[in-house]
Design a protein around this ligand. Structure first.
Ligand SMILES: CC(C)(COP(=O)(O)OP(=O)(O)OC[C@H]1O[C@@H](n2cnc3c(N)ncnc32)[C@H](O)[C@@H]1OP(=O)(O)O)[C@@H](O)C(=O)NCCC(=O)NCCS
Length: 169
């Protein structure tokens, strides 16, 4: 299986915030943003693996800035690391200023997707090659995040989270 670059999986989705997608403060509803991020991440995971992919976990979400009604929102997803059958996807969310056209970072999230066959059984995926400094930084930390996610899900024991434990030693 040929390794693929992180850039190969880059997925960019731009859309407006409409009235039906807002909360009582007229800002984008959190669940709507989660859905947009899930869609972009899913396409990104599919581009990397060329397989059916399913969301295994949402590892981190930070709603740092409210996104007002009428905003132009860009969700950018990229695979940050591929393991045996699972992939970590990093999602950056940008909001465009109407007057200046400048983009500012509003939110970010990290999702884990698993490639599966038609029966839902996990299947092996290609390796990921990080190229830029940011891609290399995210790649390096992804193993610790995978261990934390598996630990919180009760799927591994603290002693098995070797790289995560090393952070505290
Ligand atoms: C995701 C799913 C395929 C994993 O199945 P599983 O039986 O746990 O399979 P495995 O134990 O072999 O794990 C497969 C991979 O997922 C990873 N994984 C499983 N749970 C994880 C979690 N909570 N966090 C991070 N990674 C996880 C495993 O580490 C493994 O990765 P690797 O092969 O790259 O090392 C299965 O749980 C599933 O189908 N879930 C439903 C998915 C879905 O419907 N999502 C939409 C939600 S509405």
């Amino acid at each position: 299986m040929n390794a693929r670059t992180a850039e190969h999986s880059r997925t960019v989705m731009t859309d407006l915030v409409l009235p039906s997608e807002t909360n009582p403060l007229n800002n984008l509803f959190g669940g709507e943003l989660l859905a947009r991020m899930d869609r972009a991440a899913s396409i990104s995971a599919r581009r990397h693996s060329r397989r059916i992919v399913v969301t295994a976990s949402v590892n981190h979400v930070a709603f740092n800035k409210a996104v007002p009604l009428g905003s132009v929102v860009t969700v950018e997803a990229k695979v940050s690391r591929a393991f045996k059958t699972s992939m970590e996807i990093f999602i950056d969310v940008w909001v465009e200023d109407r007057e200046s056209g400048n983009r500012s970072k509003a939110n970010e999230a990290i999702y884990t997707f698993v490639a599966v066959d038609e029966t839902g059984t996990p299947v092996a995926i290609p390796e990921l090659i990080p190229e830029t400094d940011l891609e290399k930084e995210r790649f390096a930390a992804a193993l610790r995040r995978k261990q934390l996610s598996l630990l919180l899900a009760g799927k591994i024991k603290p002693n098995d989270a070797t790289e995560l434990k090393a952070l505290f030693e």
